[in-house]
Design a protein around this ligand. Sequence first.
Ligand SMILES: [Ca+2]
Ligand SMILES: [Ca+2]
Ligand SMILES: [Ca+2]
Length: 304
Amino acid sequence: MNNLLKGFLISFLFIQQPILILSQDCLQDSIPPVIHCYTSTASISLSAKLTRFAISPKDLTTRVQDNCASSQDIKLSFSEDGKNPTLVVSCDNLGLNQVMIYATDPAGNQSSCLVSFIVQDGDFICGPEANFELRGSFNYKDSIYSSPVPTFKISLTDSTGNSRTIDPIEVFVGGLEFAINLFDGENPFPENSTISIDLVIDSDDDYDYGVSTLDVVFMIKHILGVSPFTKPEQLVAADVNGDGNITSLDVIEVRKLIIGLTDSFSIGRSHVILPNTWQIPANQLLSAEHRSFDVIKLGDVNRF
Ligand SMILES: [Ca+2]
Ligand SMILES: [Ca+2]
Ligand SMILES: [Ca+2]
């Protein structure tokens, strides 16, 4: 055998050997495919032009591979039996969806992954029954109230001027839960507008709740720099006229309230809600969206 032929045979064996081993494994393949679903939550927006459409598992997976089969030969399905290669998305699927995606190789080995996606009603095509509801909760900072909690109304105004007042759905000592159906049977908001909602607790009766001479002392010490406030809640609670600063004007208002010369603060509310706006692009409204807000009682600075 000449050297050229030897070299050819050696390189032939080197190249062929791994393939031979691989194909022997694949005669009795027992290893399932590897499937990776998207880990982030994808958004799918329905529109007037696309009221329903089919998504495939490929739309929701990043990678599928197998030890033997090429990716085209791996069967992807939304069901274990492989019979649902597509999923039709429509108004019935609004909100958060979670589905399993199954990958099956030609030998029948199977693996799966769970994927989440959100279906949105981009053009408000789903009608009144879409029932877009905002849910939120107010948490009283540092338990302002002991039971029973005063009655609150919550007023929400959007940027188009629509305003409504709602009752909380559940009141508890630490806060209250509320829910509002924004659409109320018909979508009042212009397409793709940004809705800005102000939340105001309307409770006239309890301006003086938790307010005493001790709070005045705390405020004066802060203003003089003797003992400045250390907590952001104190800075909010002390600004009873709502001008963004804590000055002698705030002290005067609290004093007047304590001795009964006035029964309210000039800011016009007894509480501050943080954050006090809720920016919601109309095309991203989700059913049962939940936000949490902090309620700070004005004038009660020594609580914190
Ligand atoms: Ca396999
Ligand atoms: Ca002020
Ligand atoms: Ca107090």
